[in-house]
Ligand binder design. Structure first.
Ligand code: A2H
Length: 262
C-alpha cells in the first residue's frame, strides 16, 4: 500500500494433493513426507470459516521455501524475504544476505499450482479447497496468496462467480469454484451474505470492476466489523468486534497461522 505496515494473519493451508504440473516440479526436491503450506495473508481472520478456495496470480512467480524440518511455504520471493527479517524461518546463523540465498526449492508461476488441493484451517469445507487463479492478485502485497471467502469479500465473490462462468477458459473444473458459500457473519444492512448482496447492489459484473469493488470492499469491511455478528464457530452469536482478535489468537495458538507484517 506504500505507506504504513499491515499486520496480517498468515494462515497455513497444507497441501493434500498437488496439481499434476506441481507434482512434476516438486518431485525429488522435497521429502515424501514433507508438509507444504500455501500461506495467504488476511486482515479478516474471523471469516476463515467460509473459505471455499485459495487464489494465486497465474502469472506471478512463486517459490517453495524451506522453513523448517520437512516444512515449506509457498509465497512470492518478496514475501519470503520479508519473512526472513521477521524470524519466520531463520536463525541468525543461516540468515540469507540476498534474496538469492533464500532456501528456494522450486520456482514456478501461479498457474502451475492451479488445481492443487489444500486443507484450510477453520473452513467448513473439511475435505479441502482448491488453488485457483485470480488475475487481480498483487505481487507486491502480503504473500501473493489470497484465501477466498466469497460470503464476505466482494473481490472473492466476483472472482469465483467469474471462474464458474468461464471455467473452461480458465482451465479449471467448474466444481472447484462452486463450493457452497456459507453465511459467516450477519449484518443489519446486508444480511447473512454481505459480499453477494453488495456485488448485486453495486451492479458489479466482473472482478475487473475496480472502482465499484473498492467501494464494496469498504462498505463490507465497515459494516462487518462494527455491526457484524458471528453465525458460525467457537464465537457464534458474538459481535465481530469482540471476537476478531480471539479468532486470530486461536489460529496462532493452534499453529495454523503466524503473524506477518508487510
Ligand atoms: B482479505 P490490504 Cl473476507 N493481492 O482476507 C490482492 N489482495 C490481497 C493480497 C494480494 N497480494 N493479499 C491479501 N489480499 C486480500 C479475507 C477478506 C479480505 C475478506 C474481506 C475483505 C478482505 C478473505 N479474502 O480484504 O490491501 C486479503 O483478503 C479487504 C480489505 O492489505 C486481505 O484480507 O488492505 C486483504 O486483501 C488485504 O488488503
Amino acid at each position: 500500500e506504500g505507506v504504513g505496515v499491515q499486520e496480517y494473519t498468515a494462515v497455513k493451508l497444507r497441501v493434500k494433493e498437488w496439481s499434476p504440473e506441481a507434482a512434476e516440479l516438486v518431485k525429488g526436491k522435497i521429502e515424501d513426507d514433507a508438509n507444504v503450506y500455501f500461506v495467504p495473508a488476511t486482515l479478516r481472520p474471523e471469516t476463515m470459516y467460509g473459505q471455499t478456495c485459495c487464489f494465486v496470480g497465474p502469472k506471478i512467480s512463486y517459490g517453495l521455501f524451506k522453513v523448517g524440518e520437512k516444512e515449506y511455504y509457498v509465497a512470492t520471493k518478496r514475501a519470503a524475504w520479508n519473512m526472513a527479517f521477521q524470524g519466520i524461518f531463520f536463525d541468525s546463523e543461516h540468515f540469507p544476505k540476498t534474496q538469492d540465498q533464500l532456501p528456494t526449492v522450486v520456482e514456478a508461476p501461479g498457474s502451475a499450482f492451479v488445481g492443487t488441493l489444500v486443507n484450510a484451517p477453520l473452513s467448513v469445507h473439511t475435505q479441502g479447497i482448491r488453488i485457483l487463479p485470480m488475475e487481480t492478485v498483487s505481487a507486491s502485497k502480503g504473500t501473493g496468496v489470497v484465501t477466498s471467502v466469497p460470503s464476505d469479500s466482494p473481490d472473492d465473490f466476483a472472482t469465483v462467480t467469474d471462474l464458474v462462468k468461464k471455467a473452461d477458459y480458465y482451465g479449471i473444473k467448474k466444481e472447484w469454484a462452486e463450493l457452497e458459500i456459507i453465511p459467516v457473519i450477519e449484518t443489519p444492512t446486508y444480511g447473512k451474505l454481505t459480499a453477494p448482496a453488495l456485488v448485486k447492489q453495486l451492479k458489479i459484473n466482473s472482478p475487473k470492476d475496480a472502482t465499484q469493488l473498492a467501494q464494496a470492499k469498504d462498505l463490507a469491511y465497515t459494516e462487518g466489523f462494527y455491526k457484524g455478528v458471528m453465525l458460525v464457530g467457537e464465537f457464534k452469536g458474538q459481535p465481530v468486534q469482540a471476537v476478531k482478535d480471539k479468532v486470530r489468537k486461536s489460529l496462532l495458538d493452534s499453529g495454523d497461522a503466524f503473524p506477518f507484517a508487510d
